[in-house]
Ligand binder design. Structure first.
Ligand SMILES: [Zn+2]
Length: 130
């Protein structure tokens, strides 16, 4: 691996701890927001769009990596900028997924109390009709 790409990877690794801390905070915030009445379908549309944005940022990071390898280093601090964008999307994706999971488990089986999806016809735990 050439040194420019190695330097780039070292810088990317240097930001990893911060991203993990932010993700943990996001999970706590998502937990507090549990129970809000939000349409799961709308959240899934947001999630789909966010995943598209996230993948595009990752594609651009890959492009910067390859450009660097080819001797065309990015202008300014493009890598940090893209990493921040990726982190921001990843946090929002994690938050959305947590909210969707909370909403889907908002109902419970009247027979056994197991968490059920809102659209479920039968309990996944005891098989009772809902
Ligand atoms: Zn049940």
């Amino acid at each position: 691996m050439d040194n420019r790409v190695k330097d780039l990877l070292d810088r990317i690794r240097g930001t990893a701890g911060v991203a993990a801390d932010v993700a943990a905070d996001t999970a706590r915030v998502a937990g507090r927001r549990a129970g809000q009445m939000v349409d799961v379908a709308k959240l899934n549309v947001q999630l789909f769009d966010l995943n598209g944005e996230y993948n595009e940022v990752l594609r651009q990071l890959g492009q910067v990596m390859y450009d660097t390898h080819r001797g065309r280093a990015p202008e300014g601090d493009r890598v940090t900028e893209l990493l921040e964008q990726a982190d921001e999307r990843a946090e929002r994706i994690a938050e959305l997924k947590a909210r969707i999971a909370d909403l889907r488990q908002a109902e419970s089986c009247p027979h056994c109390g197991a968490p059920c999806g809102k659209g479920d016809k039968f309990c996944r735990s005891c098989g009772a009709k809902l």
